[in-house]
Design a protein around this ligand. Structure first.
Ligand code: SF4
Ligand code: F3S
Length: 112
């Protein structure tokens, strides 16, 4: 298993997660972070740190597409190991249902 970053990270990017990861396996894109599933050691400490509740264990049902998105972009985006300032409008985006389509042009994470 692994933990994965899911839709509510998009445009929130609080980055509290990167501060606690013991193996520095977060990667950062323009609108969200992802976890490298091959590097994550499943410790689970990042999950409760995310204010947007965007980090999930991939053992939860329905997250196959998000695992694929995390694996794809972890190979393309740079590593991030220190907290960064979130976007000014992060709170306004928290909980919006259409964030994947807005940021990636598709509502299917496996196709993003
Ligand atoms: Fe890092 Fe642990 Fe979170 Fe995996 S579960 S991303 S190893 S903090
Ligand atoms: Fe995203 Fe939550 Fe980390 S919003 S950057 S997964 S703390």
């Amino acid at each position: 298993m692994t933990y994965v970053v899911t839709e509510n990270c998009i445009r929130c990017k609080y980055t509290d997660c990167v501060e606690v990861c013991p193996v520095d396996c977060f990667y950062v894109g323009e609108t969200m972070l992802v976890i490298n599933p091959d590097e994550c050691i499943d410790c689970g400490v990042c999950e409760p740190e995310c204010p947007a509740e965007a980090i999930k264990a991939d053992t939860e049902p329905g997250l196959e597409g998000w695992r694929a998105l995390n694996a794809k972009y972890a190979a393309l985006w740079p590593n991030i190991t220190a907290r960064a300032e979130p976007p000014e409008d992060a709170a306004a985006w928290d909980g919006r249902p259409d964030k994947l389509a807005t940021a990636f042009g598709t509502a299917d994470p496996a196709a993003a």
